[in-house]
Design a protein around this ligand. Structure first.
Ligand SMILES: [Zn+2]
Length: 55
């Protein structure tokens, strides 16, 4: 068998969530827009920093 076997799960990309900072592993559901994925979950997606203008 070739030593340079590809298809290892450990080769899957991962990056930290911009909201909670937790590392999120690549998911098949994100295959289309992995580059645009910033949040690990919908909860984090809704967790936006306060940007409301002062009343
Ligand atoms: Zn998160």
């Amino acid at each position: 068998m070739p030593s340079s076997f590809k298809g290892n799960k450990s080769s899957l990309p991962s990056k930290p969530c911009v909201a909670c900072g937790r590392p999120m592993s690549w998911r098949k559901a994100w295959a289309k827009n992995w580059a645009e994925v910033r949040y690990c979950s919908d909860a984090c997606r809704k967790h936006k920093p306060p940007q409301k203008p002062p009343a």
